[in-house]
Design a protein around this ligand. Structure first.
Ligand SMILES: NC(=O)c1ccc[n+]([C@@H]2O[C@H](COP(=O)([O-])OP(=O)(O)OC[C@H]3O[C@@H](n4cnc5c(N)ncnc54)[C@H](OP(=O)(O)O)[C@@H]3O)[C@@H](O)[C@H]2O)c1
Length: 329
């Protein structure tokens, strides 16, 4: 699978390492808004081709799949343009902050006969899969409460995460992981509430939210981009609880099961989630299969994010209508 990198973003490094480790993939080209930056990046990263401008990379007939690592606000436009140019697309999270837009991107992918996937790399890690298996296998009884957090102290005052125009903010940058995990464990919420503190040029630098599920599961999360570093995920059932200290970056995987005053550590193998992510996509494309994260996941995630933003903006809980089932033909 010949990949092209859309931008010279810092996160590219992880994807480049993953692709270098994969016998299924290679990085063929990188594009930058600035031709000189593209050339210098390609030279220093050992990438064969450099394109001046994103359009030029999309016009390169040898590129099969594009990694969209642009600032959040540019994801929908460039994912669409890549699909229309006949490329498969791995788009960094968040694909979109609006359900309708996310759905229309998958419509475009279907029209083009190309794959589209949202880049939540932690979902590919064995830790996340094991966690979901433990919950589904009854390790904690019935899940009742989920608590999740993700924050870090952003240093650069010019970082794209502080730009409202580029769709920065804590919810879209790191809170989205907490939301995704709550949906993975408890399914789609029926009502959400949100609170935010504004900073930067008008983004939510802190966000706290609650997701209520039909069967009574309540998920609470908080996220921040100008806070001390924190991450954690706790799933509390009516019999026991599961604790994951490093749920998103997965650098030190491990799950703790606490039951009746005793704690058991459930070992999880180390793995590079970015490698598993690019191989999932390459395998799906080559085999005509569905990737781990496809339309249903991305559209439902966008629907929840959209509702949380509305709840925080209006100060009122927002009900989420379940997605309409597909029309019977
Ligand atoms: N999955 C993960 O683990 C993970 C981790 C970090 C970030 N991310 C996601 O990856 C994306 C990129 O994050 P990052 O921190 O790597 O970004 P970054 O280093 O700030 O890079 C963003 C790139 O976008 C391009 N760009 C295009 N228009 C721009 C504009 N108006 N302002 C600034 N840059 C612009 C620039 O490349 P050129 O000028 O060279 O074109 C820039 O290098 C985000 O969506 C973020 O959510 C994911």
């Amino acid at each position: 699978m010949r990949w092209g990198l859309l931008s010279t973003a810092r996160i590219n490094r992880r994807i480049e390492e993953a692709i270098a480790a994969s016998p299924l993939c290679e990085v063929l080209a990188v594009a930058s808004r600035d031709g000189g930056r593209a050339s210098e990046y390609a030279r220093s990263h050992g990438i064969p081709r450099a394109h001046a401008g994103y359009e030029a990379l999309l016009a390169d007939p040898d590129i099969e799949a594009v990694y969209v690592s642009l600032p959040n606000g540019l994801h929908p436009e460039w994912a669409l343009r890549a699909l229309q140019a006949g490329k498969h697309v791995l788009c960094e999270k968040p694909l979109s902050a609006r359900a309708g837009e996310a759905a229309s991107l998958f419509d475009a992918a279907e029209r083009a006969g190309r794959l589209l996937s949202e880049g939540f790399m932690y979902r590919h890690h064995p830790q996340t899969r094991r966690l979901a298996e433990l919950v589904r296998g009854g390790a904690i009884g019935s899940p009742r409460l989920i608590r999740a957090s993700f924050s870090f102290p952003l240093g650069d005052p010019h970082d794209v995460r502080l730009s409202a125009t580029l769709q920065g903010g804590a919810l879209l940058d790191v809170g989205c992981y907490c939301v995704d995990a709550a949906r993975l464990i408890a399914g789609e919420p029926v009502r959400v509430s949100g609170w935010r503190a504004i900073g930067g040029d008008g983004v939510d630098v802190r966000f706290a939210g609650t997701l209520e599920h039909l069967d009574g599961v309540i998920a609470q999360f908080d996220a921040g981009i100008r806070l001390a570093p924190r991450q954690g995920l706790e799933i509390v059932g009516d019999e026991a609880s599961l604790h994951v200290p490093d749920p998103w970056l997965c650098n030190e995987p491990g799950i703790e099961l606490r039951r009746g005053g005793r704690a058991e550590v459930i070992p999880v193998p180390g793995a590079d989630p970015y490698l598993l992510e690019v191989e999932d996509i390459a395998t799906a494309i080559r085999g005509g299969l569905s990737p781990l994260l496809g339309r249903t996941e991305a559209v439902s995630q966008a629907r929840t994010i959209e509702a949380l933003r509305e709840a925080a903006e209006t100060g009122t809980p927002v009900r989420i209508q379940p997605a309409a089932p597909p029309a019977m033909i």
